[in-house]
Design a binder for this molecule. Structure first.
Ligand code: HEC
Ligand code: HEC
Ligand code: HEC
Ligand code: HEC
Ligand code: HEC
Ligand code: HEC
Ligand code: HEC
Length: 367
């Protein structure tokens, strides 16, 4: 069946997604102008090839299609509060199994969120009104499954509840719709059974550039100048505006009156919030951007200190605000000045509040 948006819930969709992703700032009519990354491929092959390898592009899959699905089904069962969890392959479909004593419950898995560079969390539709975020996630660093992030305080009493945290599809906060808002591109639609259908899985071109329909059709007509004006180009944004664009999903820098709990290690994953606090960002007249260190069209450079060192020393020369004597480039500038934080086993985020840290205190710089 062709996906469609039901009028009565279109409002709920828009409400929930408003503010969840930058392209929802665009007028609703623009939803039809999303064309998908494939449409950009022929004319922008370099950006297309690079971006397709990024975790952005891989941040959502139909569950059985996830490239790491095999590792998930071969993971050992995990025991959480007396419930035993594992993933099985049933035909070509991934299934989630919970056991307690002689009782067994199995649920087909619909969606896999997360590229798996760090973790994959699974989501299934229960019925017309509910989705469930499954209680066990796969962690690459642990090479296995363990409790889903954010479920630490959830204590299920029976087998149905033990599947995971249930969400009403159209609750005012609709956590489930917002997952799709940040992990997919374009306007999600609803199918005949009120199931959510993302327009395009993963964070692709139009999540950052806005809908590309007019750009493509004007280019095809040869009206190049009008075509260039018809597509968003973040290169033209000043550093704080670019930080907000990335912050639509990575969380925006704190507004004046919002207090951030700097002692909560989970907040470190909100890079725009932390970067905006650093002297490097505040005192470099807009020269420091997310794209100074990250290629928006390629995978994250992990375990490549030389890549980041080159960025640091482009500003921290011997003449202009030089590094201190304590600094040793070989170790990687970021290893001391952007320390890794582990809010739970299996997940690491780097503190983007670039600064001088005391050993063992990675949450906030000492000055
Ligand atoms: C028919 C060919 C064609 C297609 C299809 C196409 N583009 Fe372009 N695009 C161009 C050309 C040509 C330019 C101008 C290049 C230049 O100035 O170097 C351009 C420029 C751009 C720019 C820079 C605009 C500026 O500020 O100058 C962006 C961003 C962009 N395209 C994104 C996209 C995205 C996203 C898609 C897919 C939705 C897409 N393009 C599809 C041909 C195309
Ligand atoms: C539409 C939402 C969205 C926007 C906008 C967005 N991101 Fe992301 N980003 C994500 C999601 C979701 C992930 C998680 C990917 C995964 O591991 O599944 C991610 C992951 C990343 C990663 C880690 C990639 C990796 O390989 O582990 C980097 C770096 C990143 N984003 C940088 C940026 C920058 C820079 C911008 C702005 C130019 C930006 N993002 C804009 C949603 C977004
Ligand atoms: C406001 C946007 C946003 C929403 C809503 C959102 N995510 Fe994400 N998600 C991200 C970003 C950004 C990252 C990358 C975090 C990083 O690497 O710093 C991410 C990363 C992930 C990852 C990779 C592991 C990790 O924790 O980094 C998983 C799994 C994930 N999200 C699942 C979900 C699920 C399931 C939901 C809904 C319950 C959800 N996300 C809702 C933006 C969002
Ligand atoms: C995470 C956000 C993000 C995504 C996803 C993304 N871009 Fe970009 N794109 C940017 C940013 C940021 C710039 C500006 C780069 C700069 O400042 O040099 C840019 C610039 C461009 C440009 C202008 C030329 C250039 O490279 O600077 C083109 C063309 C382009 N993107 C095409 C694409 C295409 C095609 C895709 C999908 C395959 C895509 N982008 C996906 C953020 C993104
Ligand atoms: C775009 C330029 C730029 C880049 C890139 C940059 N910085 Fe900075 N950094 C600055 C400026 C400007 C200051 C403030 C200097 C001052 O106040 O004298 C600063 C301050 C610092 C400080 C002192 C912080 C404090 O709170 O006193 C440290 C440490 C630092 N940078 C480390 C780094 C590291 C490590 C990197 C790479 C990961 C980096 N910087 C990248 C411009 C930059
Ligand atoms: C001065 C360099 C620098 C700038 C600027 C920068 N990052 Fe990073 N970022 C890093 C380093 C270093 C890592 C860790 C890489 C690794 O794992 O080896 C990282 C990792 C990440 C990750 C993966 C999760 C994590 O926290 O480890 C995300 C997502 C990310 N950055 C997003 C952003 C966004 C969004 C911005 C702009 C607000 C930004 N970064 C600006 C250097 C930078
Ligand atoms: C082994 C850990 C370590 C590494 C690696 C390291 N630093 Fe530092 N850095 C420090 C410490 C500790 C201080 C504070 C020294 C002090 O207060 O005397 C510092 C201070 C600084 C300052 C502030 C200087 C000032 O006077 O305010 C800058 C800028 C800086 N580092 C940049 C860098 C750059 C750029 C690199 C990579 C080339 C780097 N650091 C690598 C530990 C390190």
């Amino acid at each position: 069946m062709v996906p469609f948006i039901i009028d009565s819930v279109a409002g709920a969709l828009a409400l929930v997604l408003l503010g969840a992703a930058p392209w929802f700032a665009a007028p609703a009519a623009d939803a039809s102008l999303f064309v998908g990354a494939e449409a950009c491929r022929a004319c922008h092959p370099v950006q297309f090839e690079g971006q397709s390898k990024s975790a952005h592009a891989r941040s959502l899959f139909p569950a059985s299609g996830h490239p790491l699905a095999g590792r998930v089904t071969s993971s050992r069962a995990v025991l959480l509060d007396g419930f035993r969890y594992d993933f099985q392959l049933r035909g070509s479909r991934l299934a989630f199994r919970v056991r307690a004593g002689s009782q067994v419950r199995e649920l087909p898995v619909d969606w896999a969120f997360g590229a798996g560079d760090q973790a994959i969390t699974f989501v299934s539709r229960l019925d017309e009104d509910h989705y469930v975020e499954l209680r066990a996630s796969y962690y690459s660093a642990l090479k296995g499954i363990a409790l889903t992030p954010g479920h630490q305080s959830y204590r299920p009493r029976d087998l149905p509840a033990a599947l995971g945290v249930r969400y009403k599809t159209f609750s005012p906060r609709s956590e489930i719709l917002s997952c799709f808002g940040c992990h997919s591109t374009g306007m999600p639609a609803l199918g005949g059974e009120l199931e959510i259908r993302p327009a395009e899985t993963g964070v692709r071109c139009e999540a950052c550039h806005g809908p590309g329909g007019r750009h493509v059709s004007l280019m095809a007509k040869g009206d190049i100048e009008a075509a260039r004006r018809a597509i968003g180009n973040p290169a033209r944004l000043k550093a704080p505006a670019l930080t907000r664009l990335c912050g639509e999903c990575h969380r925006p820098p704190a507004a004046g009156d919002v207090a951030i709990d700097w002692s909560d290690p989970w907040n470190v994953r909100h890079q725009p919030v932390y970067l905006s606090e650093s002297a490097c960002f505040r005192r470099s007249s807009g020269a420091l951007r997310c794209t100074t260190c990250h290629d928006p069209h390629g995978p994250l450079r992990r375990g490549d200190p030389a890549h980041y060192n080159r960025r640091c020393v482009s500003c921290h020369t011997a003449a202009a605000h030089p590094p201190a004597k304590a600094c040793r480039a070989e170790a990687g500038c970021a290893s001391c000045h952007m320390p890794g934080v582990r809010p739970q086993p299996g997940l690491t985020f780097h503190n983007h509040w670039i600064g001088v840290y005391r050993a063992g205190e990675p949450l906030r710089p000492q000055r």
